[in-house]
Design a binder for this molecule. Structure first.
Ligand code: FES
Ligand code: MG
Length: 600
């Protein structure tokens, strides 16, 4: 590379566009990038080339507004002296992608790693939004480790129906109960659900999208105050321009993901997740990002670092409000400031603006205490996750902030043992089995039943589907039982308020203990001990295992696409991020692997 003679690091794009030692290749590279109207002069100017990793498309409506915002990002990049080059990221849309968007996170990750590493890109703006787009982009930025800044597309405006807020996803789970109980018809059901999506943007509840965009900011990877801005607001355009300006400076400062994504930053994110009532998908995605950047983040950290943190943000599904309210009340910086007051934030953690988390958030006031509570008046104490284990799985998580008073009273107010309960298991093998049988009276489901969903993990589904939150049979709903304990090796939508035990690892398809469970077995859940056990003897379990192995193991549907088969062969379990095992050995490749070879 050309030595610029300045203390700034040499730009990797110079190896393509301005390499005197290899002028025949430089000519080849330059020639084709002129195609869209960019000039030789610009390409050879030594300005940083800034990628805009575009996740928006017609197939990805949650992120589609990024197609508009990218114009403002470009203006910021140009103004700061960079050149913008926009390119597509493999689309991931949470609700539209079959069999589950969970299958595609690692695929988008792989594609983005190749793009960032194999092309002349000095820094990148990651356009994030819908659930898996955020972790996919952050995982890739962590692996490649060139300067990177995330730009959230922002939530939709609040949904409304007959004067009440209707939140993405959350209204679906509620409307399904109304439909099952015969209180609304099919057309009313669809209209009620559609009312929750009034504008461009991602889910307006504290689902996985708002969670992951908030945690991205809490990790220090997006500009302070930017995560919560609703997609259509003018402030969203403004922060897009600022993000474009800032990434150019980050390239000059050589401020990389590895400088920001430290263990302290992950612990900040875990605590913010508790305070916002964030999604149970967050532990999977943060584990994946941490492994790709080489930070040790065991699942147990979610309980030790996060469980004792109170719930401060009053957003659905744990609370009442939606995205616009969250932004007006102060968003992530107001939450961080409350936690800082209690010493719960590593204030020295670096962020993309070149300042620390403490400096960014210190003194940021709550603007509406109905939406963001002050630390001393929380919505709920000890609102983080607990991590459970036992003879059915080694690890699973439970979001305590969505345990309703009614559920708590019914199951957890046993005077003899206030956090434990026992009941008979009903086992479903995949959501088709559940949908087919749930209302069959022959199942004889009672309020004491514990419902299990298996075959829904990274290998079994494949991709780990959000199918563990299951409504009770219609006859119980009409009797006023709106939730039963659900346990499974799949995931649960962050928009669901079900008090489920999720992400059980290892999954049934990997011959975890869930594979051995039978309908009618008695199960004991003890939230104090953090245990879930089937109450049968070890010898009996061993016998069942031998029989199942002899019969060829736990059965799940065959792969339908090449990627399903490839991912199944190498994907890990959810407690360790469900990443492509082996990929984590490729870290900071822009620094550790040099440049890729010339192309011709
Ligand atoms: Fe895309 Fe919720 S479905 S953000
Ligand atoms: Mg989801």
């Amino acid at each position: 590379m050309t030595d610029t003679g300045s203390p700034k690091p040499a730009l990797r794009s110079r190896a393509w566009f301005d390499n005197p030692a290899n002028v025949d290749m430089t000519a080849l590279y330059l020639e084709r990038y002129l195609n869209y109207g960019i000039s030789l002069e610009e390409l050879r100017s030594g300005k940083p080339i800034i990628g805009i990793a575009q996740t928006g498309s017609d197939l990805s409506p949650c992120n589609r507004h990024h197609l508009v915002l990218a114009e403002r990002v470009r203006e910021g990049i140009r103004e700061a002296g960079g050149l913008a080059i926009e390119f597509p990221v493999h689309p991931i849309q949470e609700t539209g992608k079959r069999p589950t968007a969970g299958l595609d996170r690692n695929l988008a990750y792989l594609g983005l790693v190749e793009t960032l590493y194999g092309y002349p890109i000095d820094g990148v703006v990651l356009t994030i939004g819908c659930d898996k787009t955020t972790p996919a982009c952050l995982m890739a930025a962590a692996t490649v480790n060139i300067p990177a800044i995330a730009l959230s597309v922002g939530p939709m405006l609040n949904g409304w129906h007959k004067g009440e807020r209707t939140g993405s996803g959350t209204i679906v789970w509620k409307a399904r109960q109304l439909l099952a109980a015969g209180e609304i018809d099919d057309d009313q059901f669809i209209r009620l659900v559609a009312s929750s999506a009034p504008s461009t943007g991602y889910c307006n509840t504290m689902g996985t999208a708002t969670t992951m965009n908030s945690l991205c900011e809490a990790l220090g990877m997006s500009l302070p105050g930017s995560a919560a801005i609703p997609a259509p607001y003018r402030d969203r355009q403004e922060v897009s321009w600022r993000t474009g300006k800032r990434i150019v400076d980050m390239v000059h400062e050589d401020l990389k993901p590895s400088d920001i994504l430290t263990r302290e930053a992950f612990h900040n994110a875990i605590r913010v997740n508790s305070a916002i009532g964030g999604s149970t998908n967050a532990p999977i995605h943060l584990a994946a990002i941490a492994r790709h950047v080489g930070v040790d983040l065991p699942l147990k950290d979610w309980e030790t670092e996060g469980h004792k943190v109170p719930l401060l943000v009053n957003l659905q599904p744990a609370g009442e409000y939606l995205g616009e309210d969250y932004y007006r009340a102060g968003g992530v910086p107001a939450v961080v400031n409350q936690l800082m007051g209690q010493g719960l934030i590593h204030e020295g953690a670096m962020t993309v603006n070149g300042r620390t988390m403490g400096d960014n958030c210190r003194g940021v006031e709550i603007e509406d205490e109905a939406v963001i509570r002050p630390f001393d008046r929380p919505l709920m104490e000890d609102a983080g996750f607990i991590v459970l284990s036992g003879n059915l799985f080694d690890a699973a998580v439970m979001k305590t902030s969505v345990i309703s008073p009614e559920f708590r009273y019914r199951y957890l107010s046993n005077p003899d043992d206030p956090n434990a309960f026992e009941g008979p298991a009903i086992v479903f093998d995949g959501p088709e089995d559940y949908h087919q049988r749930i209302d069959d009276p022959a199942l004889a489901i009672t309020p004491e039943t514990v419902m299990f969903m298996r075959g829904a993990g990274p290998v079994g589904y494949p991709g780990a589907a959000e199918v563990v939150n299951m409504r009770p049979p219609a006859y119980l709903i009409t009797e006023g039982v709106s939730a039963l304990p659900c346990i499974g090796d799949g995931r649960q939508s962050g928009t669901s308020g079900s008090p489920s035990i999720l992400n059980a690892s290892p999954e049934a398809a990997a011959m975890g203990g869930l594979a051995l469970l039978e309908t009618g077995d008695r199960v004991r859940i003890d939230l104090n001990k953090g245990s879930v056990d089937v109450l049968i003897a070890d010898e009996e379990l061993a016998e069942r295992r031998r029989n199942l192995e002899a019969a060829g193991g736990y059965r799940y549907p065959a792969s339908q696409t090449p990627w399903q088969a490839i991912q199944r062969a190498v994907v890990g379990q959810m407690d360790t991020g469900a990443i492509l095992e082996g990929a984590e050995q490729f870290q900071r490749i822009a620094q550790t692997k040099g440049l890729p070879r010339d192309s011709h």
